[in-house]
Design a protein around this ligand. Structure first.
Ligand SMILES: C[S@@+](CC[C@H](N)C(=O)[O-])C[C@H]1O[C@@H](n2cnc3c(N)ncnc32)[C@H](O)[C@@H]1O
Length: 301
């Protein structure tokens, strides 16, 4: 006979933690709580309160939670199980074929927004998100700066429908373009962009990620970029020199070990003031640089 479905939220969390045990999570209790909360669309705090107040979980909901736990035990990302991922205040649709946006990329967004000149009545700065995936960066920037004209470029046919869907829902004014961003931007005029932002693929080809969620479920074109992981960043640096307006910025995310190499790449492409920013744990994660002034007033002055 099968076990009765737990109706008490705390008992359900314990049951899920038991089901997750074989998957060897570092913190199975925390994983279990996150899963129950996400599937039931509660915060962990609300779930705790539900338990304290003696609220009961309907059997159909408990069954949904346990079905999700069986998939999570096979290390499917939680975001795929619930079909969404939070990013910069937006609830983005995600699933197989698209890179799940990570909280650390919000730092890239903040750093990018800080480098856009204040809105002016007579200017609409252009911004491009190179490798937009779910649209996380493009959406966050478009929402924070409705005056900006945001382009979201994506080459993966599997990621493309997710990008279209998220832009429609969260940033209908942003323009999605399908294809390799280099071809898509070829016809754009020199010096037309205030910002180029990218969370590009940056994992060195031989450094296969240890996390099964990343290794098996993040799409390969979102991860790998040549022997040192910097191939895509080199291409971005070359394009940035031409596309950025004087004073415009390029910002890229990278691993904690790629800061110095990324600064060198950006500077050798002719950009200036390359600097690396660390995340809240002190790890280098973002490098940015500026197009030097050439004596004319651009959209970033
Ligand atoms: C690490 S993911 C980042 C996705 C999203 N910007 C984010 O931060 O969540 C990199 C994305 O770039 C896309 N990509 C890689 N090379 C590209 C290229 N040359 N042109 C357009 N998109 C590219 C991949 O398909 C993937 O969706």
């Amino acid at each position: 006979m099968s076990e009765p479905l737990p109706a008490d939220p705390r008992a359900l969390v314990r049951r899920v933690a038991e089901r997750l045990a074989p998957a060897r999570f570092d913190a199975p209790e925390r994983e279990a709580q996150a899963l129950v909360a996400a599937v039931l669309d509660r915060t962990p705090g609300e779930l705790e309160l539900d338990g304290l107040l003696g609220r009961r979980i309907p059997a159909a909901d408990a069954a949904r939670v346990l079905a999700a736990a069986a998939r999570r035990a096979r290390r499917e990302p939680l975001q795929h199980l619930v079909g969404r991922a939070p990013f910069h205040g937006h609830d983005l649709a995600v699933g197989p074929g698209v890179f799940v946006p990570r909280p650390e990329t919000e730092l890239l967004v903040e750093a990018a927004l800080a480098r856009l000149a204040p809105a002016r009545a007579d200017a609409r700065p252009r911004v491009a998100d190179l490798g937009a995936g779910s649209g996380a960066i493009a959406i966050a920037i478009a929402a924070a700066r409705p005056d900006a004209r945001v382009l979201a470029l994506e080459a993966s046919p599997r990621a493309w429908p997710w990008l279209r869907r998220n832009l429609r829902a969260h940033a209908p004014g942003a323009e999605p373009r399908f294809g390799d961003w280099r071809q898509q931007l070829e016809a754009e005029p020199d010096g037309d962009f205030a910002l180029l932002v990218s969370n590009p693929p940056y994992v060195p080809t031989r450094e296969i990620p240890a996390d099964p969620e990343v290794r098996r479920h993040d799409p390969e074109p979102a991860l790998y970029s040549g022997a040192d992981g910097l191939d895509e960043i080199r291409r971005i640096a070359g394009a940035a020199r031409r596309l950025l307006a004087p004073g415009g910025h390029v910002l890229v995310e990278h691993t904690e070990r790629q800061g110095a190499a990324t600064r060198a790449v950006l500077e050798s492409a002719g950009l200036v003031d390359a600097a690396t920013l660390a995340d809240l744990t002190g790890r280098d994660r973002i490098t940015l640089a500026r197009a030097g002034a050439v004596g004319r007033r651009g959209p970033c002055d």
